[in-house]
Write a protein that binds this ligand. Structure first.
Ligand code: ADP
Ligand code: MG
Length: 140
């Protein structure tokens, strides 16, 4: 399988509980390498722009408000099949349905406050990485 990159976000529910290191350990144990990482507080405009694909969903406004409610850690993960691998390590969107050993099972508080975001395709990964990082920020 090819070496890929994917965009990950550690969400405000997780940074609030000081879980950045524990979540990063899940990525590294799964063979994903953190090749770029930055902590920031999203503005409402950034959150709406990032989640624009969900703008018609009932949860859109709440989601954007939640994502701005505290710091996030945006990161680029690299590894073999990184997009699918990261989705596997994250677990199902709703922590109640997530498999044992996944990040969302271990740390997710609710379907909204589910601790992590991960790109859902290689195409979206490229767009989402470009939203936060320039080429020279990423050191593989
Ligand atoms: P995923 O993050 O697993 O790719 P989606 O792309 O469908 O899931 O949704 C984006 C984010 O929106 C989720 O991670 C979660 O924070 C939030 N979300 C999804 N579905 C709901 C819902 N039914 N109610 C509230 N928030 C939701
Ligand atoms: Mg998604």
């Amino acid at each position: 399988m090819a070496i890929e990159r994917t965009l990950s976000i550690i969400k405000p529910d997780a940074t609030r509980r000081n879980l950045t290191g524990q979540i990063n350990a899940h990525f590294e144990e799964a063979g994903l390498r953190i090749v770029a990482q930055r902590r920031l507080k999203l503005t409402p405009e950034q959150a709406k722009g990032f989640y624009a694909v969900h703008s018609e969903r009932a949860f859109f406004n709440d989601l954007c408000e939640f994502m701005c409610s505290g710091p996030v850690v945006v990161q680029v993960l690299e590894g073999e099949g990184a997009v699918a691998k990261n989705r596997e390590v994250m677990g199902a969107t709703n922590p109640a349905n997530a498999d044992e050993g996944t990040i969302r099972k271990a740390f997710g508080e609710s379907i909204e406050a589910n601790s992590v975001h991960g790109s859902d395709s290689a195409e979206n990964a490229a767009i989402e990485i470009g939203f936060f990082f320039s080429q020279c920020d990423i050191v593989g």
